[in-house]
Design a protein around this ligand. Structure first.
Ligand code: ADP
Ligand code: MG
Length: 238
């Protein structure tokens, strides 16, 4: 676990600035949800946290370390994407252990961590199956398992549920929250679904066109939206 500080971060692609100075303080163990319309810069910000995109200006710190120039592999962050592709030729256990193998963990250590993650996610009976033998929800849990095995300081989720049907989405939402209550890992969760944001977040950050419009608890945003954009976004149906 770790706090995360995003300070006055800007990002340009060529001459096109997509983030115009974003500051977000995140406390150790907090579940922070970034919401905002498509194209407002949510994924770009998450990719910068993961180290997959460089920072044009400003700083990102994890714990007390500025990570602007730290490689993804050295950041102790795990990310779950919307298009979580599992390796089709690997079993569930192998899929979950793969990132540890890449980091040169020993096979005993890998098997211990995979077992523990499988227990947490109720995947133990499925460890020898291949992805094609799993349901959509089970695959999603394996994708989370791949993140959990590393016991990272920070979890990043980029619209992880948007490919699932409505019923499964509600179930997975609960599961991710329970996981957070159990592990207390600092989490940054991106969605464009305001229901997801309102039900999951300790703190919601509303973004719009590369800036933060407002941040606060779900109740604060609901009770006291600071402008029309926030009011419209929080108040409108999913
Ligand atoms: P969101 O996740 O909120 O939908 P993104 O962070 O994906 O938004 O994109 C923000 C803006 O940055 C969009 O206008 C998008 O087209 C642009 N963008 C994202 N990645 C790149 C890239 N690699 N090159 C150029 N423009 C990009
Ligand atoms: Mg996105």
């Amino acid at each position: 676990m770790s706090s995360v500080q995003i300070r006055d971060v800007r990002k340009s692609f060529g001459n096109f600035e997509v983030l115009h100075g974003v500051s977000i303080p995140i406390e150790d163990g907090q579940f922070v949800v970034l919401v905002g319309p498509s194209g407002c810069g949510k994924s770009t910000l998450l990719r910068m946290l993961a180290g997959l995109e460089n920072i044009t200006s400003g700083t990102i710190s994890i714990g007390d370390r500025v990570v602007n120039n730290v490689q993804p592999k050295e950041r102790d962050i795990a990310m779950v994407f919307q298009n979580y592709a599992l390796y089709p030729h690997m079993t569930v256990a192998e899929n979950m252990g793969f990132s540890l193998k890449l980091r040169n963990a020993g096979s005993d250590e890998i098997s211990k961590r995979v077992k523990r993650a499988a227990e947490i996610l109720a995947l133990t009976p499925l460890l020898d199956r291949y992805p094609r033998q799993l349901s959509g929800g089970q695959r999603q849990r394996v994708a989370m398992g791949r993140a959990i095995v590393r016991d990272p300081q920070v979890f990043l989720f980029d619209e992880p549920l948007s490919n699932l049907d409505a019923k499964l989405r509600v179930a997975m939402r609960t599961e991710i929250k329970e996981l957070h209550q159990r592990l207390k890992t600092t989490t940054v969760y991106v969605t464009h679904d305001q229901i997801e944001a309102m039900t999951m977040a300790d703190k919601i950050v509303v973004m719009h066109d590369g800036i933060v419009e407002q941040m606060g608890t779900p109740l604060e945003l609901y009770d006291r939206p600071e402008n029309q954009f926030v009011a419209g976004f929080i108040g409108s149906p999913a």
